[in-house]
Design a protein around this ligand. Structure first.
Ligand SMILES: NC(=O)c1ccc[n+]([C@@H]2O[C@H](COP(=O)([O-])OP(=O)(O)OC[C@H]3O[C@@H](n4cnc5c(N)ncnc54)[C@H](O)[C@@H]3O)[C@@H](O)[C@H]2O)c1
Length: 254
């Protein structure tokens, strides 16, 4: 049933995909548009966002691209101002941007730690700080993409810590912004197959699939459907929550 986001204006950060195939931000932008939202696809590599916009236009949806480095407050403010200018307001901020870091505690450098914290955590705070004043009076939904790396033992020191920080940020923002009618939630994807993890190859892909109790492969569409729900009025009484989309992996000891 299309139209669940009809009339809404949405920003998706990291709305492009880093490689061939479908990333979480790209799939979310496409589903948002299919559900009737007008979408500002934001990416530091703007040609990636333009790819997404092209696909949305082919389907008859409404979207446009914007170049921003979301670790910078000024870029976040410009991104929000552009959404308001192009579409007349802002209802949904989908904080999808994230980079990986695989270094363990003895290998992670200070520079890597700082960069991951800036991209995966600080950017979400800066984007929310810019968006909230423009949402006031319209309600609104902010969704931040975390990871199951935040919820279980993990080798990826900076990534796990940043993604756990995202969940903490969501809880405090939900408390602070509830009185303004703004809902704030997180999605914790499991091992979905996206260009971000393509380096793992066919063997890694098969291992990821087999690890889940469901035994099926998760894709960016699975993450995007959770994003549609959280952005929609169907989630009007849901805030401060983390929806885990992982085929059941976190239930296991695998
Ligand atoms: N694939 C998985 O298995 C998995 C699992 C858990 C969580 N996630 C999370 O999903 C999100 C990634 O989703 P994706 O599939 O869209 O990734 P992606 O890398 O394909 O796309 C993200 C886009 O963000 C852009 N970007 C990166 N840093 C930026 C910055 N500082 N400012 C502006 N744009 C920037 C990139 O250019 C890229 O086009 C991340 O938050 C990631 O941690 C993925």
């Amino acid at each position: 049933m299309p139209g669940r986001l009809a009339g809404k204006v949405a920003i998706v950060t990291g709305g492009g995909s880093r490689g061939p195939g479908l990333g979480n931000g790209k799939a979310t932008s496409i589903l948002f548009a299919r559900e009737g939202a007008r979408v500002l696809c934001v990416d530091s590599a703007v040609e990636r966002a333009e790819e997404t916009v092209k696909e949305i236009a082919t389907e008859g949806g409404e979207a446009s691209a914007f170049a921003a480095e979301v670790t910078r407050a000024a870029d976040c403010r410009a991104m929000v101002a552009t959404a308001v200018e192009r579409y007349g307001g802002l209802d949904v901020l989908h904080n999808n941007v994230g980079i990986e870091s695989r270094a363990g505690i003895l290998e992670v450098t200070e520079d890597e730690w700082d960069r991951v914290m800036a991209v995966d955590l600080k950017s979400m705070m800066l984007a929310a700080q810019a968006a909230v004043p423009r949402m006031h009076g319209r309600g609104g939904a902010i969704t931040c993409v975390s990871s199951i790396a935040a919820l279980r033992g993990h080798q990826r020191t900076a990534y796990a810590a940043a993604k756990a920080g995202v969940i903490g940020l969501v809880i405090t923002l939900a408390e602070q912004l509830g009185p303004r009618g703004i809902r704030v939630n997180a999605i914790a994807p499991g091992q979905v197959w996206t260009p971000m993890v393509a380096y793992q190859g066919a063997e890694g892909r098969e291992a990821r699939r087999r690890r889940t109790p469901l035994g099926t492969e998760g894709t960016a569409w699975d993450v995007a459907w959770a994003a549609v729900y959280l952005a929609s009025d169907e989630a009007r009484w849901v805030t401060g929550q983390t929806i885990v989309v992982d085929g059941g992996l976190t239930l296991t000891t695998r």
